[in-house]
Ligand binder design. Structure first.
Ligand SMILES: C[S@@+](CC[C@H](N)C(=O)[O-])C[C@H]1O[C@@H](n2cnc3c(N)ncnc32)[C@H](O)[C@@H]1O
Length: 345
């Protein structure tokens, strides 16, 4: 018997990933897995980028652009209310009618989101770094996309233990705390001395079409995620963070060298380096170790690698003259809806 098409397994896997928070994609992905004519439209994208996200992103993009089709009735982000279990024949019809546009998007775009909810998980890590180094942070974000997470201190946070942090803001982030330990939530925002993004494909917050593609990667059942994204986008448009275009491997050394001596360099990334292969990730870790011999800095990583059960938040401290010290701080939800703190308080 021939092996199953790997793309079929991709869609079956994606259906399980979406099951808890996106019934629409869970239902559709299970059906796409079985239908070669539709899943074939997901072929030809960037090899490191998940084909299911690309296909569903392309369809969602066309709907957000105003494509007039009954599929709208199933997508809450465009006002739909019909049940997910009835969506498959309508979705298939939409894909057939828009095949050329879908293939064009799948083969030219990247899986790029900017998930502001993840800041609820990053904040305790930044607070740890600020407390440890006692100097304003200079943020360097790898895989910054449009840079919304670089502005984390301009959003308001509410954790499920009742703690609220941050200025009043139209971008309000709610994070559930799970497990026994509580993260060290700061009373005040860590001071920020500077912020710089690095991305293979930076997105300009003032470019409406590029921002719509980022919106398209938001799962359509998660209307509140889209509202948060749009609120953060409006904040960022007033003063967009600087983002360098290129590979982090090439740009991190110069970004680190440019950090003023009185600031604490804090290199971070979330849901970014999973897009690179293992060899790249190992070289990146070696690079950071080398750089740590020249300058003290902190490295915060919120990543989900395929072998891990879910996203994990790590803090690595690089001190000149010492080996890097890596601590697992928390397990987290993909979009930052919850975190389980596992490090000491
Ligand atoms: C899924 S998006 C996540 C964006 C953002 N970190 C977030 O959590 O919302 C991943 C981003 O990482 C970028 N990226 C992946 N590999 C990179 C690399 N080697 N150097 C720079 N950027 C990279 C991609 O271009 C993309 O914008």
């Amino acid at each position: 018997m021939a092996d199953a098409d790997p793309l079929q397994r991709e869609f079956e896997f994606f259906a399980t990933v979406c099951a808890e928070y996106c019934p629409l994609y869970a239902a559709l992905s299970a059906r796409v897995a079985e239908d070669e004519s539709i899943r074939g439209m997901a072929r030809g994208g960037h090899p490191q980028h998940p084909p299911a996200n690309l296909l569903f992103g392309a369809v969602h993009y066309l709907l957000l652009c105003g494509a007039d089709h009954p599929l709208q009735e199933f997508y809450p982000t465009v006002g739909g209310t019909r049940p997910a279990e009835d969506a498959w024949p309508v979705f298939r019809d939409f894909c057939r009618a828009h095949e050329e546009a879908i293939r064009n998007l799948v083969t030219t775009r990247l899986v790029q989101t900017n998930e502001v909810g993840r800041c609820g998980v990053l904040l305790p890590a930044f607070a740890c770094v600020f407390a440890l180094f006692d100097a304003p942070l200079h943020l360097i974000e790898v895989g910054a996309s449009s840079g919304l997470n670089l502005l984390f201190d301009q959003y308001h946070y509410r954790y499920s233990n009742g703690v609220e942090v941050g200025p009043p803001s139209p971008a309000r982030i709610e994070t559930e705390l799970r497990g026994e330990s509580e993260p060290p939530l700061p009373r005040a925002m860590p001071a920020i001395a500077g912020r710089l993004g690095i991305d293979l494909a930076p997105v300009d917050v003032r470019d409406d079409d590029a921002m719509r593609w980022l919106e398209s990667l938001v799962w359509p059942d998660m209307v509140e995620r889209l509202a948060l994204f749009r609120a953060a986008r409006e904040i960022a448009r007033q003063s967009p963070p600087r983002i360098l275009g290129g590979d982090a491997m090439d740009l991190v050394p110069q970004a680190l060298a440019a950090v003023p001596p009185d600031a604490t360099p804090c290199i971070f990334h979330c849901h970014a380096i999973y897009q690179m292969d293992r060899a790249w990730r190992e070289r990146f870790e070696a690079l950071l170790t080398d750089l740590g011999a020249q300058r003290d800095f902190a490295h915060v990583s919120l990543e989900w690698l395929r072998d891990d059960p879910g996203p994990r938040l790590h803090l690595t401290l690089h001190h000149r003259g010492g080996a890097p010290q890596r601590t697992l701080l928390a397990e987290a939800h993909h979009h930052g809806k919850w975190l389980r703190w596992v490090a000491g308080g």
